[in-house]
Structure formats: structure tokens, C-alpha cells
Design a protein around this ligand. Structure first.
Ligand code: AHR
Length: 497
């Protein structure tokens, strides 16, 4: 199989924020996750230092918080100040102690070295509450909320640049769900007030691949927006925890680019594609498992709707299928980097995250290593990649039992300061593939980094490190390089002059 990479044909600037992440007040992401004051592994602020270090190693560029469904009945003022009262989280039906709020979140982001990205409550919240939150975070001292922040010990503004209005308010499961018309009006008034407080914020609003919803939103609020937010999970398991097997996960890779294509089409039709970027600010191969909550009949016992959430913590779920899918997703974002400016893995920690934490430490799940490679090497400008022979396909059995034809190999390329990086994914469960990468005019030393385990079903767990990154010097390259990509592997080949 041959692929042509034309380093001179740049297709867009890759924003580092496509390697972004999300963390929600759900299960053990915040409390008992990153925020665990009682843990001997936590610092003076109650943050797990081993988790922060792992986040720094994958160069987290932006972290979205506090939700997700949680946010649609969250009131930010409950989470600031000296006297925090617990709230009942009506989304996930648990008590939130409110000991982790805005100030803690911003402090955490400064320790990670990432941009904070706040998603506001457009479910039960109001335009005023959202803009008051911007006052609290970003005004020097004008008005009561900036003065409140100062009284809480933060003299300087938090300078939160990224904000979004609402979560998935289009969905019946969301508290405070809205019609398309209601959404257009609420977002316009909220955006207006938020930008009146701080015209320098970059603002997004919840959207999806739906023409009616997006046209209403963009007609009413487009003049205020810098981003439009979309979410997608493929292996849907909210009610029944039945993870798709490797081949079924590969079937999902055929669908990765569809949502971006559809939203790009709407933006283009409305002549907004040069001004508004896509924030894919929740994505994961696997949906979260939380039965009997996104339903009319609510669970009544802990066994009904609380304890099943622990099934998200089963590390054997997160195999090379998750790593291969994540690499294909990031390749797609790279190829669409002219319009996708941010993507947030949902979530970063526990649940379906790339990091799993427990009392004694952390587990780097398979997807962690994909972020480690991509955030470090797949940077700069995306460059054109094509195959002259037609890419090999394979037939895989999708979760619905149907046969799906998918490309075996997935390739993207990036050029940065004289370094050419090529991400090469072999989705085949059992067969390695030899690929020739033609790079006309490129000479240099090639190194191949590979994320893999012994089998497609390998996974990492406490005391089990099956999946890791291996490094191999390929040798000197002059115009082309031939490599063998092992079965079910994620590879990045770097060529440095
Ligand atoms: O399953 C978790 C939920 O997925 C997030 O809270 C929400 O944004 C999305 O529906």
C-alpha cells in the first residue's frame, strides 16, 4: 500500500486544542478523582499530584468543566466563597458538596498548565446568571461579583477565555431542554450579556448535526459566536453496559467524520465557516454508563442507578480498540483542522477517561498513549495525504450485527519546524500491514513510535501494563519510507532533517 504525503500542500493549522479534555461532576471524576483532600497523594489544595503530572505529560491544552448534564441545573455561586452548602445535583441525583467550584477549577488548570473552559447552565440558568459568572471570573473589580472573587482571595481576575452556553439542551434527557426557537432566543440574550461583560471571551453554544437547531441558533446568535459545540459517542451504553468488541469498534470508524461534515455544510451554507469554528467538546468511542437517569422512570435504589456507575471503572473495557478509534478520530480532526479548532475527550479522568485513578495511584489506559504521541508530534500544519492505489478495506461485524466495510489503514500528516510527522493506524485485528509513505523532497532520519499491546483486546490495569509506547529507529529517509504497521496498532513516524 502506498501513501503520498505532500509536505508543501498545507491544508490548515492544527490547533493544539484538538487534544483537549473534559471533566464533569460525575461519579469519581472530581470528588475522589482529581479532588481528594484526604489522599496522601494530594497537594495542599486537595488535588492529586500524580494525576496532575499525568495530565501535564499529555500536554492537556484546555479543560472543559463542570458538565455535561450536571451543568444544566448547577448554580455557580454555590461553589464559591467560604461557606459552601451542599447542593442536590438534579442531573445525576447525588449530593454535591460544592467544595470544588470555580476557584478550585481555575487553580487546577493553572497547575496543569491548560486553559479553563467553562460550560454554563442554560437549563435552569439565565442569561444574567451566565454573565454574572463572567463578571466573577474576568472583571478586575467592577461590580459585586468581581469584588466577591477578591473577597474569596483572588485579587486578580481568573481570565477565563473559553465559555460555552449550555450543554445538550436539545435533548429530552437534559434538564431545562429547549426547542430550537427557545434556544436561539436564550443563546442570543445570554451571549449579548456575556460579551457586554467581557468582549474578549470566546463563546460557543450547544449544537448538533441538525439543520433546524443550528440554523435557529446561528440566525439568532451567530453574530456573537466564535465556536459551535458538538458531541458524539459511538458505542452507546447509557442503560445497558455491553461494550462493543474490537471489530464492532472498528465499524464505528466509518462514521467518524460525518458530524463534522454536516456541521461544516451548515456553516458554509450560512457563510459562517470562516468565522465560527467547531468545538467537538465531548467525544469518546464509548458513552458513559448511568442507567435509570436519562429515563422517564427514575431509579429508586442505589442498585438501580448509583452502583451501576462503577461499571465505567472496569479497565478491561478500554482495549486497543479504544486507542485505534481515538487515533482515527484525531486523524479526522487533523484533516478537518481548517474548521475544527477544539476537541475534548470525554472525560479525561475515570468513567471512560484516558486516566484511571485509585487510592494508590493511576492507570494509563490505552487512549492515554495516543494523546501522548499526538499532542507531542502531530502539531503545526496539516499536510495533504492521499493514496494512489485505493485504500484496502476489510469487512467487520458492527454491534447491530450488520457487516460494515472499513478502510484498514488510516493516515494523517503534520509538518512543524522542519519535522514531518505521519500518524499511521492499522485497524486490522490480526494482520500487520506494510506501507510505503512517499514524501517527495523530504530527507531525514525516521523514528517510529507505536502504541500497542499483545492483542487487540489488551488493556492496562492496576499492576498490568500491557499497552505502552515503543520506539524504533527506522533509518535515513530520502523521498520515501516503507514501514510495517503491526495489527491493531497506532503509529507515528517522525522524519527530522
Ligand atoms: O453520559 C455523560 C453525558 O454525555 C454528559 O454529561 C453529557 O454532556 C452527554 O450526554
Amino acid at each position: 500500500m502506498n501513501y503520498e504525503i505532500n509536505e508543501k500542500r498545507e491544508t490548515g493549522r492544527i490547533s493544539p486544542m484538538i487534544y483537549g479534555h473534559f471533566i464533569e461532576h460525575f461519579h469519581r471524576q472530581i470528588y475522589g478523582g482529581i479532588f481528594d483532600p484526604e489522599s496522601p497523594l494530594s497537594d495542599e489544595d486537595g488535588f492529586r499530584t500524580d494525576i496532575i503530572e499525568a495530565m501535564r505529560e499529555i500536554r492537556v491544552p484546555v479543560l472543559r468543566w463542570p458538565g455535561g448534564c450536571f451543568v444544566s441545573s448547577y448554580h455557580w455561586r454555590d461553589g464559591v466563597g467560604q461557606q459552601r452548602q451542599p447542593s442536590f445535583d438534579k442531573a445525576w441525583r447525588v449530593e454535591d458538596p460544592n467544595t470544588f467550584g470555580t476557584d478550585e477549577f481555575v487553580k487546577l488548570c493553572r497547575k496543569i498548565g491548560c486553559e479553563p473552559y467553562i460550560c454554563t447552565n442554560a437549563g435552569t440558568g439565565t442569561a444574567e446568571e451566565m454573565s454574572d459568572w463572567v463578571e466573577y471570573c474576568n472583571l478586575e473589580r467592577e461590580g459585586k461579583y468581581a469584588k466577591m472573587r477578591i473577597a474569596n482571595g483572588f485579587q486578580s481576575p481568573h481570565r477565563v477565555k473559553y465559555w460555552s452556553i449550555g450543554n445538550e439542551n436539545y435533548g429530552a434527557w437534559e434538564i431545562g431542554a429547549k426547542s430550537a426557537d427557545e434556544w436561539g432566543r436564550l443563546t442570543a440574550e445570554s451571549a449579548k450579556m456575556m460579551k457586554h461583560v467581557d468582549p474578549d471571551i470566546e463563546l460557543s453554544a450547544a449544537a448538533l448535526a441538525d439543520i433546524n437547531w443550528n440554523v435557529n441558533l446561528l440566525h439568532s446568535c451567530g453574530q456573537y459566536l466564535d465556536w459551535i459545540s458538538i458531541h458524539q459517542y459511538w458505542d452507546m451504553m447509557p442503560e445497558v453496559h455491553d461494550p462493543a468488541d474490537y471489530d464492532a469498534c472498528m465499524a464505528y470508524t466509518a462514521d467518524i467524520g460525518r458530524t463534522v461534515d454536516e456541521v461544516r455544510g451548515i456553516l458554509t451554507a450560512m457563510r459562517l465557516e470562516k468565522r465560527i469554528k467547531i468545538a467537538f467538546d465531548e467525544w469518546n468511542l464509548r458513552s458513559w454508563h448511568h442507567p435509570n437517569v436519562h429515563t422517564v422512570r427514575q431509579g429508586r435504589t442505589r442498585e438501580d442507578y448509583i452502583l451501576p456507575r462503577d461499571k465505567n471503572d472496569d479497565n478491561s473495557t478500554y482495549t486497543m480498540a479504544d486507542a485505534v478509534f481515538a487515533a482515527c478520530f484525531l486523524n479526522s480532526m487533523i484533516k478537518n483542522c481548517d474548521i475544527v479548532g477544539m476537541a475534548n475527550f470525554a472525560p479525561i479522568l475515570n468513567t471512560r477517561g484516558c486516566i484511571y485513578s485509585y487510592g494508590g495511584g493511576i492507570v494509563r489506559r490505552s487512549t492515554y498513549y495516543v494523546f501522548e504521541l499526538f499532542a507531542k508530534h502531530m502539531t503545526g500544519n496539516a499536510v495533504d495525504v492521499w493514496t494512489d492505489g485505493g485504500s484496502e478495506t476489510m469487512e467487520v461485524r458492527a454491534k447491530n450485527g450488520r457487516t460494515q466495510s472499513v478502510a484498514v489503514i488510516d493516515v494523517a500528516a503534520a509538518s512543524h519546524d522542519g519535522k514531518l510527522s505521519i500518524s499511521l493506524v492499522n485497524k486490522h485485528r490480526t494482520k500487520s500491514k506494510t506501507v510505503t509513505l512517499r514524501v517527495p523532497g523530504v530527507r531525514g532520519r525516521a523514528v517510529m513510535y507505536t502504541v500497542n499491546g499483545k492483542s487487540a483486546d489488551s488493556y492496562n490495569d492496576v499492576g498490568r501494563d500491557e499497552i505502552k509506547i515503543t520506539e524504533r529507529v527506522v533509518g535515513d529517509v530520502d523521498g520515501a519510507v516503507t514501514v510495517t504497521a503491526d495489527a491493531h496498532s497506532v503509529n507515528v513516524i517522525t522524519i527530522e532533517r
